[in-house]
Design a binder for this molecule. Structure first.
Ligand code: CAO
Length: 459
């Protein structure tokens, strides 16, 4: 048989007319002893009112927005038999008990101290005159109604600044491992609601499913673009999906800096144009890129840190004694980076031939996986397309990438007058954990001088 019990607001300290900000149960819900029923909020604190008995909620007598004080009726619970017996057998919890119990709890736990609601029975206490005559000697006296215990609410200053959330929500977040300080509350005054915690967990999980880096960075919110006009959704190409994950990992892991420079390639380009016969003979296009690749290989020899990788623990540099350079190739399906091997041993014609063959195979989707592996550093050239500069992303675990933009005729002061010169913009992005700014400037100056005086490429 169940025993119907009124659950009243207990002694909540010096507070009167406290707002009900959450009702956590509905009729028909089953509750355990200590299950929170409602959450109250004063101007200083939030606190849960828990059920003192286990059973089924038959009535909820309070709504969000109501104001309550000690003794206000919260709900009626049909207590399970054992719960009712347990409750009646319990010693009344006095104010002291509550305070002592909470002092033993850790700091965050203390912010969730719950007020102990008294158990009340439907039957009013009988007066002495109405008391039945005992039929048996030494009858057990009926339990005295428990006085509402007093438990001072925790204020923000008691436990340090806490995200604005009720104890029940704190408990919910802690059970799911959600960090409340990272959640924006959508409730009144920015209070964090259960839905906010659920949404936070949902986006953390979906980030994991879509290859999120697990860094705990807030996800970009999902937006319904069709609210503003017609849209169509197309899947990303396989290459974009794979390279996207790699680029994001590199962007998040590498402290990038980009050093900008310019090389006067007037003479170099004039020389390149004289190579028509060689070009025709080898049936290959000799573009500027071959010279840039050679200049970068020279820089890798002169600056060993440029041809290195950081060990995963960040404690050591792995210095490479081979010179393989990856070249970013733009294909219909996205970016791929085939690798030219042993660049230091090859001439411009050979490099131009290899680059032509590799980029054709890349565009036909015929590159083999090992043709895209083993690069020491990368070049991204947008010179055939345009632009005056950009900040390429280091292709980690490489430590640098050289960006090349479009060469343009610009006026340069030759000591007497401005002269039209062909100027090539260069952007060296580097991992600042491995290469200092001054070293990057020296490396860049080295590449510039190798391109300005191509005899240096022979060194
Ligand atoms: N300045 C001026 N002209 C340039 C130039 C530069 N920096 N670089 C190339 N050109 C010229 C070439 O000389 C060529 O001219 P001609 O047709 O008169 O010979 C023309 O531009 C086209 O060159 P190209 O781009 O076909 O050849 P390339 O050797 O310079 O580059 C390759 C080869 C594969 C790197 C390039 O085609 C490519 O795919 N670039 C895109 C790389 C990319 O997407 N990077 C971004 C990565 S991050 O998303």
């Amino acid at each position: 048989m169940s025993d119907s019990q009124d659950i009243l607001v207990p002694d909540i300290g010096d507070f009167d007319s406290v707002d009900v900000i959450e009702v956590l149960v509905s009729p028909g819900d089953t509750v355990d002893v200590e299950s929170p029923l409602i959450t109250l909020e004063s101007d200083k604190a939030t606190m849960d009112v828990p059920s003192p008995v286990a059973g089924t909620v038959t009535e909820v007598r309070i709504a969000v927005g109501d104001q309550v004080s000690q003794g206000s009726l919260v709900a009626v619970v049909a207590a399970t038999e054992s719960s009712a017996q347990d409750t009646s057998a319990q010693a009344p919890a006095g104010p002291k008990d509550g305070a002592e119990a909470s002092e033993d709890r850790p700091k965050e736990e203390a912010s969730e101290r719950t007020a102990q609601a008294p158990a009340q029975t439907d039957a009013p206490p009988q007066s002495d005159s109405e008391a039945p005559v005992p039929k048996e000697p030494n009858p057990t006296p009926p339990p005295a109604p428990r006085p509402p215990p007093s438990l001072p609410p925790v204020t923000e200053s008691d436990s340090g600044p806490l995200p604005h959330a009720s104890p029940a929500i704190r408990r919910f977040a802690r059970e799911l491992g959600a960090d409340l300080s990272k959640i924006n509350g959508s409730g009144t005054h920015g209070r964090i609601l259960k839905e906010d915690v659920a949404q936070f967990i949902k986006s953390a999980l979906s980030q994991g499913r879509t290859g999120g880096d697990g860094s705990g960075l807030p996800a970009i919110p999902e937006v319904d673009f069709s609210r503003w006009g017609p849209v169509a959704t197309e899947p990303l190409s396989r290459i974009k999906r794979i390279s996207g994950r790699h680029l994001q990992r590199a962007w998040l892991n590498v402290p990038h800096v980009t050093h900008h420079d310019e090389a006067d390639i007037t003479e170099l380009d004039a020389f390149r144009k004289t190579l028509k016969d060689e070009s025709a003979y080898a049936q290959v296009r000799i573009t500027l890129l071959g010279f840039v690749i050679k200049a970068l290989a020279s820089a890798m020899k002169a600056f060993p840190t440029l041809n290195a990788s950081l060990s995963p623990d960040g404690e050591n540099l792995v210095l490479k004694h081979y010179f393989h350079i990856g070249v970013a190739v733009d294909t219909e399906n996205g970016l791929v980076v085939p690798v030219l091997r042993d660049v230091d041993t090859k001439g411009i014609l050979e490099l131009a031939t290899e680059l032509g063959a590799l980029s054709a195979r890349a565009r036909d989707g015929k590159l083999k996986p090992d043709e895209m592996q083993g690069g020491c550093i990368s070049i991204s050239s947008l010179g055939g397309i345009g632009g005056i500069g950009f900040t390429p992303i280091v292709n980690a675990p490489e430590v640098a990438i050289l960006g090349v933009s479009r060469a343009q005729i610009k006026p340069r002061w030759d000591g007497n007058a401005f002269a039209p010169r062909l100027i090539l913009p260069l952007d060296l992005s580097y991992d600042h954990r491995v290469i200092d700014g001054a070293e990057a400037a020296r490396i860049s100056a080295f590449i510039v001088s190798a391109l300005e005086d191509s005899r240096r490429l022979l060194l």
